[in-house]
Each structure stands twice: as C-alpha cells, then as structure tokens.
Design a protein around this ligand. Structure first.
Ligand code: GLC
Ligand code: CA
Length: 583
C-alpha cells in the first residue's frame, strides 16, 4: 500500500529521479497458457530478469479490458483486466511480486480516449439526452453535410465518425474505435480521477499517461472546432498540431494533481507529442507543473522528412548534429526547472540499434554505445523490453505478417488510394513500423524463443537463436551485462543523476561528447562521456579545460584503450567511453 503523503502540494518526493524504468509490453513479454499472447502470470514468472537488471520501476502497457483494436490502448473497462492477460488475482500477485523485489509499478493511463465498446460510449451514442452523452465530443456536420473539420486521424481517415442514433459525428484522434473523451465535462474528469484512485489504492505507484497533452481541444467561442491549416492540398490535414498542448491542458493536469496525485507518493510521465521545451518546463515544474516528466518527441522526429507533421513514414538518415542540438536543448531547458525522461525506445518506435546504430557487424558495440549515450544524461532512463538484449528490427516478407493497425491502415491507404509502390511502402514499415518493437521477447534459443508453447500472436524475429536472454546471461560481454553495470552505476554515482550537462564538440558529425558535473570548485565531480556514432575511427580534440585532465576509465564498450583515453587515441567503431576527470 502507498503511504499517503502530506496533503499539501509540496514538497514532492523525488525518488523517481534516481530510478531506471523498464517498459513491459504485456502481449509480447511471456505467455504461460499457450494461447500465443503474453500474460500477467508470464510477467510474474520473469521478475528475476528485471531484478537482476537492476531496474526500479516497471511501466506496464495497458492490461485493461479491451477489444484490442489498438492492442489495449482502447479500453472498455478501466477497472478490469483483459481476460487474455489474466485475472485481477493475477494482477495482485504480479504487483506483490514486484514490490517484494523492491520494484514499483507504473500503469498506463489511457484517458484521452476510451474504446467505443466502453459502457460510457454505448450509453453516450444511444441518445443526445443520455447522461453519458457529454462524456464524448460530438459535432453536427458542416452545412454541406461534410465532417465538422478537415482533421486526419492518426490511423488514417477523418477524425470524425458518423453516429446514426444521434445524427452527429463523434471525434476520434486515433481509430474509430477510440472515441475521444470530453475533458471539458467535470463529470468525466471526476470519473478519471476515481479510476486513478482505484489503482493507487490497490498499491500501484504511478502512471504513464497516454497522449495526455491532447486532452484539451481548441474550442472556438461558438462551440465549434477550427479547421486545420491546409498543408496538403486535396487531402485531410495533420490534426496533432490542433489538439496537442491545448488551452486548458495545464489547468486539467493541475486539477488531477491536486485531487489525486498529491495524495499519494507517485511517479508520473506524460506522453506529449509536439511538446516544446517551454511546455516541458511548464508541465514538469515541481512547484507549478503537474507531472514529473514528459515523453517529448523531438529526437524521435529527426529521421523523418518534415518531422511529426510531415509524418513518420518519410524517413531520412539521422544527422548527429541534429540529435545533439535537440537533446542539448532539453537537457539545458529542464535543468533545475523540471525533469527529463530519457528514451530511445518504446512499443511505438523501431529498435534503436537498427535505427541509430549498426544491427549487423557492430550490433553489440552500438547497442552498448547507445545505452551509455542515453543513461549518461540527466533524467530518468527508460529501457524497453528487449533493448537490454540489443534486439533488432524485423523485415517480414508480406504485409500479411503484420498486425499493427497503424501500419496496416497506412499500407492500405498508400497502395490502394494513393497508388504508391508496395515495395516502397514495405520499406518504410521495415524502418519505422511499430511491430519492430512488438515481436515477442527472446528468452532463449528454444522453440519460439521461450515466449510461447503455442502460435505467437505476432511472428518472432528470426534472429532469436543468436540474440536471447539465456545466451546473454552466460556471456559477460553481452549487451545485457552492460545494461546491468550501467544501471548499477547510477546508484553509486550521484553525478549521473544530478550532474549538470554540457555539450562538447557540437559540430562533430560522428562523435557525441558531453560532460556531467556535480558540485563546484575543487570538490566538483566531473565525468566525460564520448560516443562514436559511426563505424569509423574518428579522432577528437577536447576543449582545453577537459584536455588538461587525467581520467579514470569508468565504463566502456571495449576494453580500456591502450593509449591515453582523453588524447590521441582514436575511437573504435561505435565506441563509447565514460571517464571520470581529474583536474
Ligand atoms: C500512444 C500509444 C500508442 C497508441 C496511441 C493511442 O501514442 O503509445 O501505442 O496507439 O497513443 O492510444
Ligand atoms: Ca497467454
């Protein structure tokens, strides 16, 4: 059970700053009953893996009752467990198992929208007079009968779906089975807060809040919603810029904080597409904000032509200088004023070793380098299941092998409505599709990688014979052992948690180098992190104050170099060095 903390707004506990979070995508983690779908008893059976990894918190993607149109991000009952994942008793056993190992649990809170099969929506759509009608967002057609706005939904098509019984459209930013909830309605907000208390009173430790910065819509004074600016002639228009960071967002989240979060000792992170550093500072400010951290997307959009608005499918290679500029902006903006989440990976993103590293010859080296790069920064690091093994993207031969609603809808629209070449569309799914991260976890080299004794709901990545947890546990040089060492270091070196960040070599195209400094003057502790984002052997010239130092080798992804680690010793392919400096 949570202790109830002081009922005033401050001070807030900040154990979550020292934590490392591990994300579990339950469908793909561990199946125990042979139906090919991961389940809660499966998670319970794998808690030793998490404990040995050393993580402090689990973020569990949705396990609630759901028709699974978007793999559980469409919830039909916020207070029950989906039968394919198990029972509430299974949930309680899993939570007790985590707590017994000192691991906290963060639930996924999906309250920008529900499922259309939620009882609220069944009622709401039945008549305009139903008490639940105002839980959702309804509009009349335009005078010419067309949908109320020109917004395109995240999974293609219009955000508006016609509802015959009431003769209106309802809004859905994602699939038509995910109607948006109406946060303008205080009764809806009260229901959400009740759901949160239900789980917190069961003992969960916090929430990851799904697309939480989309809950406040930009209403006009007359109750209509504005059209989006036309950036693609003849098509529907990007809708995220219209709904992200809306006018009442902070107000709603402050209310949530006052009514719920401040009465428990929690960890919170809000998923926030299109969030800027200004919004990041505002929302995560410990005094005047509402959440501990955001998942901002700027670094996830650098390898798309046109970023989030242009769409993720049009990919381009990452320019390391863009990554430096973006990460540095967030590191500097939130220092002392908020807190960063640190992630390269989750259930919506391709595998980082394939995306930013080399998943061929230098898979192990580049996966380890990316880990040092990320965990060396200021913020709370997130590890997505399989990242700690260096799992890679997958390229299944046929669209029939894919399951993700986003990829399937995109493929259909691109090939059938826009006449694109199917091979090109498959290439973008290989690079960016969400199923890359959702293939089942690799536990061992046995049948189905130890994930299931049945037929897995999504095919496995065929490379599981080489990349799996059992093999990695045996090999002291594995990516897994590297993550264990890196995570353990955070516990004993506060400079990794609290140290100030400063970028070096901003214009170097292959090397990302930065320092972390804790304290001031002679007693300051200063670390240097140098990462080679290439398969070459680049050299570097450090600024004079760093170059004048000597150093201790703290961690790397190769044996310590022969020469001086600070001077003249070129980096090996995808090498990362973590060095403690002495003035
Ligand atoms: C978030 C989730 C994603 C889901 C979407 C709609 O982006 O991470 O998986 O499809 O919201 O709920
Ligand atoms: Ca199962």
């Amino acid at each position: 059970m949570n202790q109830t903390v002081n009922q005033t707004l401050n001070p807030r506990h900040d154990w979550w700053k020292q934590s490392v979070v591990y994300q579990i995508y339950p469908r793909s983690f561990q199946d125990t009953n042979g139906d090919g779908i991961g389940d809660l008893p499966g998670i319970t059976s794998r808690l030793d893996h998490l404990q040995q990894l050393g993580v402090d918190v689990v973020w569990l993607s949705p396990i609630y009752a759901s028709p699974q149109d978007d793999n559980g991000y469409d919830i039909s009952d916020y207070r029950n467990v989906a039968p394919e994942f198990g029972t509430m008793a299974d949930f309680d056993a899993m939570l007790a198992g985590m707590h017994a190992r000192g691991i906290k649990l963060m639930m996924d809170l999906v309250v920008n929208h529900s499922s259309d099969e939620h009882e609220w929506f069944r009622q709401a759509r039945s008549s305009r007079d139903n008490p639940y009608h105002d839980h959702y967002i309804w509009r009349d057609p335009k005078p010419d009968g067309s949908p109320p706005t020109n917004w395109e939904a995240a999974f293609n098509g219009s955000v508006w779906e016609w509802n015959e019984p009431t003769g209106e459209y309802y809004l859905h930013m994602f699939s038509r089975k995910q109607p948006d909830l109406n946060w303008e309605n205080p009764a809806l907000r009260a229901e959400v807060y009740d759901v949160m208390r239900f789980w917190l009173d069961k003992g969960v430790d916090g929430f990851r809040m799904d697309v939480i910065n989309m809950i406040s819509k930009p209403w006009n004074a007359d109750g209509s919603l504005p059209d989006a600016p036309v950036v693609r002639e003849g098509f529907l228009q990007p809708s995220f810029p219209m709904t992200c960071n809306g006018p009442r967002l902070l107000e709603f989240l402050r209310e949530m904080r006052e009514q719920v979060l401040d009465h428990y000792d929690t960890i919170t992170v809000g998923e926030a597409p299109l969030a800027t550093i200004t919004q990041g500072r505002e929302l995560t400010n410990p005094e005047t904000g509402a959440l501990n951290m955001l998942f901002q997307f700027e670094h996830m959009d650098l390898d798309s032509v046109g970023g989030t608005v242009g769409g993720k499918w049009a990919f381009k290679p990452l320019d390391l200088r863009d990554l430096k500029a973006t990460m540095t902006r967030w590191q500097e903006a939130l220092a002392g004023q908020g807190w960063n989440s640190l992630y390269l990976s989750n259930h919506d993103q391709p595998r980082p070793v394939s995306r930013f590293g080399d998943d061929g010859r230098y898979r192990v080296e580049s996966a380890k380098m990316l880990a040092i790069f990320l965990h060396g920064m200021q913020g709370t690091p997130y590890v997505y299941q399989g990242e700690e093994l260096g799992m890679t993207n997958v390229a299944f031969p046929s669209i029939e092998d894919y399951q993700d609603i986003e990829s399937l809808n995109m493929y259909r629209v691109a090939t059938e409505e826009r006449g694109q070449d199917p091979a090109e569309v498959m290439a973008s799914i290989y690079a960016k599709g969400r199923d890359n991260a959702r293939t089942p976890m690799h536990w061992n080299a046995g049948a189905n990688a130890g994930f299931t004794s049945g037929t897995p709901w999504l095919k496995l990545n065929p490379n599981f014979a080489q990349i799996n947890a059992a093999q990695a546990a045996e090999d002291p040089d594995s990516v897994l052992h590297h993550y264990r060492r890196l995570i353990a270091m955070r516990r004993v070196h506060p400079v990794l948690v609290h140290g100030r960040y400063a970028l070096l070599l901003p214009d170097h195209a292959q090397i990302y180098a930065y320092t972390r400094t804790l304290g001031t003057g002679d007693s300051a502790e200063r670390w240097l992190i140098v990462c080679n984002f290439s398969g070459d052997g680049p050299v570097f010239d450090l600024p004079a104050d760093v170059a004048a130092s000597t150093c201790d080798w703290m961690l790397g992804n190769y044996p310590p170099c022969e020469g001086d680690a600070l001077h003249g010793s070129p980096l090996r392919p995808w090498e990362a060095r973590m060095l403690r400096l002495h003035a």
